[in-house]
Design a protein around this ligand. Structure first.
Ligand code: PMP
Length: 433
């Protein structure tokens, strides 16, 4: 007899391409989730899982945070989508963001991170009258053709034109240069060799999509200097780092202020949102019509449910001690994992930043994508499959980051650490054999 999970997965196969909303939702077994609460997910057969996926990082508060649910319900008593005029709720949220985010003199809303990066790059092109975009190897900035290079670092090589999707325009890929992360010299070189060509540099200030590689402070400071010198727009893609590491984004931690920044994911703790923030001089084109205007339409932009969710999420994240707790949880987990790795004598290390974590299956330092080629992908995948089989949820891809939320606590982590310990013991035995 089939389980409920199997029955639902079979129905999905018939009517949804691949049986999932995207291949990056594949867990390696037919699992149909039916309920989410705090740090846990429950499937259609009543099994409980610990969630380290946190909806691609969106659920920073944990699942179904009461404050967000209450704010959405309260808003729904008076408002649904209006799509005309201005709402006081939109203004309130914009004011909160302008107060919190260093680069934000003005903000604009859309419905996803990809839309925010798309608009940021289009604005940069309009502002500079140039075409070329620089991004960094291993970075992911969304699904659109503007950043048409493969987000999966395994295929994304410097100097290549390798669109991430069939159907993308080669011409868009040709206007995106991929340079090595943490290498300001390469950026300066490229801009000098292509004078007057580069509109924008888009960078994840922590390369979470590469596998949580941290930008050296000097690298970001150099990008700021180089872009100012050459009239290039500096864009921090804070779709992961924003709200997760600080209310003002990673820019508020590192002390480097970009011209534009993009946000999404954790801004609502689980509802559709994209936020574009930046200097008034650039942003104001979104409000123009006619000459020099940049069109940023969208029926669902600023939908009141999402606006209410941003306001409530900021309210929760502004509580004293919240970020200390997220960082402390991450440090505890990494410390315990490193202890386990040392006990079993594996060449591995816990990595990540704050509430974003993963295990690298190599030892020694890392600062760009080429260092990550030392990862033992076989051990990494065996580790991931064992944890998923033990009902921990995250993407089963090597070097893919995992997340924590404010609903995780030491007891939740200790259960997972037991599983990590037995898994690492098994891997160590097989390496020794
Ligand atoms: N930028 C970064 C850094 C991201 O990690 C992502 C999504 N993983 C995006 C942009 C695109 O956001 P979305 O999936 O909401 O379109």
């Amino acid at each position: 007899m089939s389980t409920n999970n199997e029955t639902i997965a079979a129905r999905a196969e018939a009517v949804i391409p691949g049986g999932l909303l995207s291949p990056s939702r594949r867990l390696g077994a037919p699992i149909a989730f039916a309920r989410a609460e705090g740090a846990y997910l429950y499937d259609a057969d009543g099994n409980r899982y610990t969630d380290y996926h946190c909806a691609f990082g969106a659920n920073v508060l944990g699942h179904r945070p009461p404050a967000v649910a209450a704010a959405i319900a309260e808003t729904a008593e008076n408002l649904d989508l209006i799509g005309a005029g201005v709402l006081e709720l939109e203004v309130e949220v914009a004011e909160l963001l302008v107060n919190a985010i260093p680069c934000a003199e003005q903000v604009a809303f859309c419905s996803s991170g990809s839309e925010a990066t798309y608009h940021a790059l289009r604005l940069a092109r309009a502002h500079t009258g140039r075409k070329q975009i620089i991004k960094f190897q291993g970075g992911y900035h969304g699904w659109h053709d503007y950043v048409a290079m493969n987000g999966q670092s395994s295929r994304q090589m410097i100097g290549s034109y390798d669109p991430m999707s069939d159907g993308m325009l080669f011409d868009a890929a040709r206007h995106t240069a991929i340079l090595p992360y943490n290498d300001a010299g390469a950026v300066e070189d490229y801009i000098r060799k292509n004078p007057g060509e580069v509109a924008a540099i888009i960078v994840e200030p922590i390369a979470h999509n590469m596998g949580a590689v941290i930008a050296e402070k000097q690298f970001l400071a150099d990008l700021r200097r180089i872009t100012s010198e050459h009239g290039v727009v500096l864009i921090f893609d804070e779709v992961i780092t924003g709200f997760r590491h600080a209310l003002g984004g990673y820019q508020s931690i590192v002390g480097v202020t970009p011209d534009l920044a993009t946000f999404g994911k954790a801004a609502t703790s689980g509802y559709p949102i994209g936020i574009l923030a930046g200097r008034r001089e650039i942003m104001e084109r979104v409000g123009r019509t006619g000459e020099g205007a940049v069109f940023m339409g969208g029926t669902f932009n600023g939908t009141p449910a999402s606006m209410a969710a941003v306001k409530a999420t900021i309210g929760e994240l502004a509580r004293p001690g919240v970020y200390e707790r997220l960082f402390e949880l991450g440090a505890y987990l990494r410390g315990e994992i490193d202890g386990i790795i040392a006990r079993h004598g594996l060449k591995a290390q816990a990595a990540g930043f704050g509430s974003v974590w993963l295990v690298y299956f190599f030892d020694g330092a890392f600062r760009d994508y080429t260092d990550l080629l030392r990862n033992d992908n076989d051990l990494d995948m065996r580790f991931r499959r064992a944890l998923i089989a033990g009902r921990q949820v995250f993407q089963p891809l090597q070097l893919k980051r995992l997340y924590l939320s404010l609903s995780h606590d030491r007891a939740v982590l200790d259960d997972t650490l037991e599983l990590i310990d037995t898994t690492m013991a098994g891997l160590a035995r097989s390496v020794a054999a």
